[in-house]
Design a protein around this ligand. Structure first.
Ligand code: AHG
Ligand code: MN
Ligand code: MN
Length: 342
């Protein structure tokens, strides 16, 4: 197709829908439901991104008792993002059940809607402690096939499947630009939101984590609470010089942002268990699992310090886990140090 000098060649404009449809050719049994579900999530991401920008203003205005976002009391951003994810997915007939960091129990699909074939679990706003300081935040999602018979209501069991059963996962990162990164098991692909047309366009096809690590990422403020093995591993990183340069440290405090940088630049992110958090802080089902699925598709690996995150059978919706994620050899080195020194 001829491209006009004033617009990119239409052929190079790959939207999420076109990309997933092209990928679907790998799955002849695919019915397009997953494509539509990913599209719903991308739309939620666009809405959260725009609300977030305004929320900052409303918050300032809110202090003078001024206007607010929804014509009601300004909701906390976690809640706002959670409401947005729910509103875009409860009626579509694509899901049997949902689960969110912001809800203690599973979120049933209202009876008036068809109970579909997928399960959607999400952290609607990750890194929210940073939002007031305009630091990047994100949304993380995990998609399973439901267990049991389609048409019946989903159950907690649908939401306690190991990460190895994921059919798709990804995240939206609200940073300098808004990006949608996902995988359906056919590689990891990144899309950047073009605000002028309100579409996510393919910008990073087939992301592979770089072999040479660039950064390590952990909250060194907790160093004294870590086990000897984790302290030794951290010193190993600090003394490590790879072929080109010594590895440096970056830590934003938003998992999605710290993970996204690790995926693109190479290295490792870790949030160890410690004396005050013996189970770790991050959640297995809607933080560790989806990112472990992504990093594996990109040639990396994720562990709780002892085993592959994706092999852990969850026993509770909000179960916490330690997380070491990024370059295979660095994560394995962490496991080695923990095995040897505790
Ligand atoms: P959330 O905002 O969804 O509760 O997640 C916050 C998490 C994660 O984003 C980040 O890696 C971690 O909290 C940071 O914790 P510390 O402030 O203890 O380093
Ligand atoms: Mn989170
Ligand atoms: Mn959250």
């Amino acid at each position: 197709m001829a491209s006009s000098p004033f617009a990119p060649n239409i052929d190079t404009i790959i939207t999420i829908e076109r990309h997933i449809l092209e990928q679907q050719s790998f799955h002849p049994e695919a019915t397009g439901v997953l494509t539509s579900l990913l599209y719903d999530i991308a739309l939620a991401g666009k809405m959260i991104a725009s609300q977030m920008a305004r929320a900052g203003l409303a918050q300032i205005l809110g202090k003078t008792g001024g206007i607010n976002i929804q014509g009601e009391q300004v909701m906390k951003l976690d809640k706002l993002a959670d409401e947005t994810m729910y509103m875009l997915n409860d009626h579509t007939g694509r899901l049997a059940v949902m689960a969110s960091e912001e809800h203690e129990h599973i979120i049933p699909i209202p009876k008036e809607y068809h109970s579909g074939k997928y399960v959607l679990m999400f952290d609607p706003l990750d890194g929210s402690s940073n939002i007031d300081y305009n630091v990047g935040v994100g949304t993380i999602f995990a998609i399973y096939q439901r267990l049991g018979v389609e048409g019946e209501a989903g159950t907690i069991e649908d939401c306690l499947q190991p990460g190895s059963k994921l059919v798709a996962a990804g995240y939206i990162v609200y940073g300098a630009s808004t990006m949608f990164v996902y995988s359906t098991g056919e590689g990891v692909h990144g899309f950047t939101l073009d605000p002028s047309i309100g579409e996510f366009l393919l910008s990073h096809e087939n992301i592979q984590i770089p072999k040479i690590p660039t950064y390590y990422s952990c909250n060194q403020g907790y160093y004294t609470r870590w086990s000897e093995g984790v302290q030794k591993f951290t010193r190993y990183l600090q003394e490590m010089t790879n072929t080109t340069r010594s590895i440096s440290m970056r830590y934003v405090g938003s998992l999605v942002v710290d993970f996204h940088r690790t995926l693109l630049a190479g290295g490792i992110f870790y949030y160890p268990a410690d004396v005050s958090k013996p189970e770790g802080k991050l959640r297995l089902t809607y933080e560790a699992n989806p990112l472990a699925f992504i990093v594996k598709q990109a040639g990396g690996y994720a562990s709780n310090g002892h085993q592959d995150i994706l092999e852990i059978k969850p026993h509770a919706l909000h179960q916490r886990t330690a997380l070491y994620i990024g370059n295979q050899e660095l994560v394995r080195e962490a496991e080695e140090n923990i095995k040897r020194y505790g």
